[in-house]
Design a protein around this ligand. Structure first.
Ligand SMILES: *Cc1c(COP(=O)(O)O)cnc(C)c1O
Length: 385
């Protein structure tokens, strides 16, 4: 909107509700780290090492320490992390099993790696991969499993890894929503053959642009990933394999270093917001998400299931409260993936969830009064207060 007239007109014709509780607030976080971020960006600009520069190496080293792994390889996005991980372990030409209710990037990466995605349904209890469905989906062609730690809660990895061992399958964690989450005390990303992270701006650890990273303890995967992300270049202009332009930007790495140092604190705030939501919703007879005994979730998203979801969203929006749906259309119902292999099974859980889930505002800087406002509005909508 450029002219004053347009602004006035739209104010008159459309009743605009001021946002009182945003879904996320990236600016609030920026304000807390502004001077550090600006200094870090300036350092990169002065050094001029924009490609695989000093900050990338330092961020990778810090991320290995954070996760408790031997290697971290910074790449250009979470989707690219998954694609490269699949290529590094030679999963091409085989089948790769993941869930129907994930972000589309998980499945795009499988297709781009020239493997065949096979989807399975999820548990109605924790919305993560149903391990019985997984077991039934395994065929002689299966090469890898990609469990997704959805909403920040780790999948039950021990039984999953036992199934994988029995069938000699590689396991790649999609930890794109689970930076810092723990499974039985260990970090997401340190639990399987490789872990994939996204630094999309609104993730728990977000860049100011796109970015991603792969974690592993396997030196062969690490050196292959180092080549793949950078045109297969071993020494300058010597290309030993075919790779791509898939590196993490030095500028983004410099920003991510500042944020990584604060991630545990931000995640602790998210956890306490989740606790408050759950406690207050319980008073209305509404169940919060279940945190499994093995899991320390980092609540990338706070998701509940409700009846009459669309009407609730409209009501919240009228109160200035933003909400989301993650995700409204399961992968097998997406036009882009019509005809995808469902391993002969249905996706009744994922399909039902898609109709009922709502993601409530969640970010570290969220205030208690805002949470109270969201819960109160939900209570009013259902006539419980
Ligand atoms: C964000 C996300 C991705 C993709 O990450 P990008 O950086 O956007 O490519 C993949 N899987 C899941 C579960 C995600 O949430």
């Amino acid at each position: 909107m450029t002219s004053g007239a347009t602004v006035t007109q739209s104010t008159v014709t459309k009743k605009q509700t001021a946002v009182t509780v945003p879904f996320v607030d990236l600016k609030a976080q920026y304000e807390a780290i502004r001077s550090e971020v600006r200094a870090a960006i300036d350092r990169v600009l002065e050094r001029g090492d924009f490609i695989l520069g000093d900050a990338v190496r330092q961020f990778e080293a810090e991320f290995t320490a954070f996760c408790g792994v031997k290697f971290a390889i910074g790449v250009s996005s979470g989707t690219e992390a998954i694609r490269l991980a699949l290529e590094a372990c030679g999963a091409q030409e085989g089948e790769v099993i993941t869930v129907a209710n994930t972000y589309v990037g998980t499945v795009e990466a499988i297709v781009q790696a020239k493997a065949t995605p096979v989807l399975v349904d999820v548990s109605p209890k924790n919305y993560n991969m149903d391990l019985d469905c997984l077991e039934r989906a395994i065929t002689p062609k299966t090469r890898a499993i990609i469990p997704v730690h959805l909403y920040g809660q780790p999948v039950d990895m021990d039984p999953l890894l036992e199934i994988a061992r029995r069938h000699k399958l590689i396991v790649i964690e999609d930890a794109c929503q689970a930076h810092g989450a723990r499974y039985k005390g260990r970090r997401a990303g340190s639990l399987a053959d490789m872990g994939c992270f996204s630094f999309y701006p609104s993730k728990n650890l977000g860049a100011y642009g796109d970015g991603g990273l792969i974690t592993t303890d396997n030196p062969e995967y690490a050196s292959k990933l180092n080549l793949l992300r950078n045109h297969g270049e071993k020494v300058k202009y010597e290309h030993v394999i075919q790779g791509s332009t898939s590196r993490l930007d030095t500028l983004q790495a410099a920003i991510l270093r500042i944020k990584l140092a604060r991630l545990d604190g931000w995640n602790a705030l998210r956890r306490s917001h989740a606790q408050y939501y759950t406690q207050e919703l319980k008073k209305l007879g509404i169940a919060g998400p279940i945190e499994e005994p093995w899991a320390e979730s980092v609540y990338h998203l706070y998701v509940i299931t409700v009846p009459d979801r669309e009407a609730l969203r409209r009501y919240l929006s009228q109160q200035g409260i933003q909400s989301g749906i993650h995700y409204p259309i399961p992968i097998h119902k997406q036009q882009a993936f019509s005809g995808i292999d469902s391993a002969g099974a249905g996706f009744s859980v994922a399909e039902n969830l898609a109709e009922q889930i709502i993601s409530l505002p969640m970010f570290a800087e969220l205030e208690g009064s805002q949470i109270a406002r969201v819960v109160e509005s939900i209570g009013r909508f259902y006539g419980r207060i």
